[in-house]
Design a protein around this ligand. Structure first.
Ligand SMILES: Nc1ncnc2c1ncn2[C@@H]1O[C@H](COP(=O)(O)OP(=O)(O)O)[C@@H](O)[C@H]1O
Ligand SMILES: [Mg+2]
Length: 193
């Protein structure tokens, strides 16, 4: 299915476990340190999995203007890099929710090409919709880690409130020449794995 040269098979895959929303956020902060203008990040996972939480961590690490929310009605939000942040002069963050966009053609209508070169472009629900935008990408899948060995027989049967911390499994895959190997995410593996 590789039409514009975008890679169909990952170069590597890494799995993390984040026990809390804060750990998901922190992993994203560390990932942001290795991201550069032109990078494309595709986030997948069911509603409430933590895609926006992860994007907020990317925004903090990149030092962009705050206010990252689930872009439910607005499809694209640009968060400009802040001169007083950790990466002055660094990339902006372009945050896209592709949930309502049916196809790659509709993605093209929102003209992400214009901002890609100066931004990190993060697309929730982007799988099979945005791969043609770049020859390289990071795919990040977030899953509720229910049943993965909490040792509690009732795990997964509790009706937690929205915000209650529960573990997430986060799988990262690198595609294309930009990501020949998994980036070193510093303390991520101690703190999160
Ligand atoms: N380990 C975790 N990682 C991420 N979010 C978590 C975790 N545990 C609980 N949560 C909660 O789950 C919700 C995730 O929401 P959100 O990031 O908007 O998901 P999505 O964008 O995938 O729909 C937040 O309320 C967050 O506090
Ligand atoms: Mg979201």
């Amino acid at each position: 299915m590789s039409t514009n040269g975008e890679a169909a098979l990952p170069n590597w895959e890494e799995t993390f476990t984040a026990a809390t929303a804060e750990q998901t956020h922190a992993l994203a902060v560390r990932l942001a340190a290795v991201l550069a203008a032109g990078d494309l990040v595709v986030l997948s996972g069911e509603l409430g999995a933590g895609k926006t939480t992860f994007t907020q961590g990317l925004g903090e690490g990149l030092g962009v203007r705050e206010g990252i929310i689930s872009p439910t009605f607005v499809l694209v939000r640009i968060h400009p890099n802040l001169p007083a942040g950790p990466r002055p002069g660094g990339p902006d963050l372009v945050h896209v929710d592709a949930y309502r966009l049916g196809s790659a053609a509709e993605i093209d209508d929102i003209d992400l090409e214009n901002t890609m070169d100066s931004s990190v472009t993060v697309v929730e629900w982007g799988k099979e919709r945005v791969e043609h935008l770049s020859e390289s990408r990071l795919e990040i899948d977030l899953h509720r880690a229910i049943g993965l060995g909490t040792g509690l027989p009732s795990a997964g049967l509790d009706f937690d409130t929205e915000d209650a911390d529960e573990p997430r499994t986060i799988v990262m895959r690198g595609y294309g020449p930009r990501w020949p190997e998994a980036p070193a995410l510093g303390a991520a593996k101690e703190g999160v794995r």
